[in-house]
Design a protein around this ligand. Sequence first.
Ligand code: G2I
Length: 508
Amino acid sequence: MSLVKRCRRRRTRGLPTLLVGTLALATSLAGGPATAAQQGTLHELAAAQGRYFGSATDNPELPDAAYAATLGSEFGQVTPGNSMKWDTTEPARGQFDFTKGDVVTDFARQHGQSVRGHTLVWHSQLPGWVTALPSAQIEAAMENHITEEATHYRGAVTAWDVVNEPFNEDGTFRTSPFYTAMGSDYIATALRAAHAADPDARLYLNDYNIEGLGAKSDAMYALVNELLDEGVPLDGVGMQAHLAVQYGFPYEMRANMQRFADLGLDVAVTELDVRVQLPADAAEVATQSTYYRRVVEDCLAVERCVGITVWDYTDKYSWVPGTFPGEGAAGLYDENLLPKPAYDAVRTALGGGEEGGGPGALKVLYRSNDSSSADNQIKPGLQLVNTGGSAVSLSSVTVRYWFTGGNGASTYSSWCDWSALGCSTVTHRIAAMDTPGAGADHYLEVGFTGGTLAPAASTGEIQLRLNKTDWSNFDESDDYSHGTGTSYTDTGKIAVYVGGELVGGIEP
Ligand code: G2I
């Protein structure tokens, strides 16, 4: 493609693109400047970088007041998860019902948020009458649907996923009533109809597994090149980003975003979530945070990446467990609407740091409950204190106490003798270190099955005990974490982790 052609494209649909990467665009996408309530929120931080930060939502969850409060304050953009789809908006031919979609646009207006319309043409969630229609009538039905819906939402929706998920994994076109009737031309036809109905909306093609370089994103790249060459109104490519820790991070996501941007297109991350296999362990939680952080970093590195939408922000209303049994915990907030380590990772990547110490600020107080450091048991007493300004979800927290096993058996038992929280909430195990350090070849790892720790709160005492299975003696005197103090103090030699990331204490 020649440079001349690229310049022409930019001029044709060029004006708004001059603002991309500036606060002005984020402000216009968000429907206005961030409100006072949004100071320091994810959207506020994103807006300072010329981006928006949004969430999917929909009618079933909006009556949940606590949910709606965070949705309305933390996020500057919303996408209805279902209520603008064809089966909801035109359940019978020519009979349009925008009631549910209007609930979402009303909420957005009240909270100064922009709305991404999702979606005009998709093979899924189609009403029966569309699939039953003779091929010869599909084009007219599609044009009418797009015209009615995009006209209804004119002014309320700033961007449309005009066509959703047009490709198979191998990059061939997905079969749908539209593809069967019109071949791949249905995509250009749909974009033209949407542009005619709402010339101000930013028009996107949206798909999953096109975040990284690969056959599917190559197919999208070839398609958008063709559409731009033909002068079809197209403004951007939406990358859904339904990620999973077990499948790895999308290959070269940043470079892939950049090649679309280089065509003069906007790029948006439209449906981000990162699912894990349940129950989530500390390593998965840490990887999940890393993936969220990398998506934010990649978007910020690409000037034409206009914003990020998560699908939806809390595990309480995530689509994942219903579709992938045994998987979940994919969101930024847990089922109790508390921010998870991934939330902190996103904040930090957006340049926000952890306010007031943030949810990751914890310290461990220790005393020895053992009168002898040469007998057959080690008895640490621990208390965990939240020194930050936000509540901490205890299921993401682990604590490590290091010791040496010495002679005798190398298998261990551990016990919770007493805990102010109840020992049933406390988990414990002994693990061998891959690389032993001074005074340490094993550690006792303590965790929690659930619960939250409010700012400034303590777990209260947790009395732990461990022994070798042959009950041979220890020599604790040189153990890394061992102390002889009888009152609780922060020795710094017991470490605490949130989501697998070290937040307090020093490792051996
Ligand atoms: O599947 C995740 C997303 C993938 N990209 C396109 C998105 O449109 C899609 O969203 C999901 C919604 O989040 C789900 O909520 O699309 C699903 C359907 O493909 C939605 O699930 C459906 C359930 O399957 C139905 O049983 C349910 O009646 O939601 C409907 C409304 O709650």
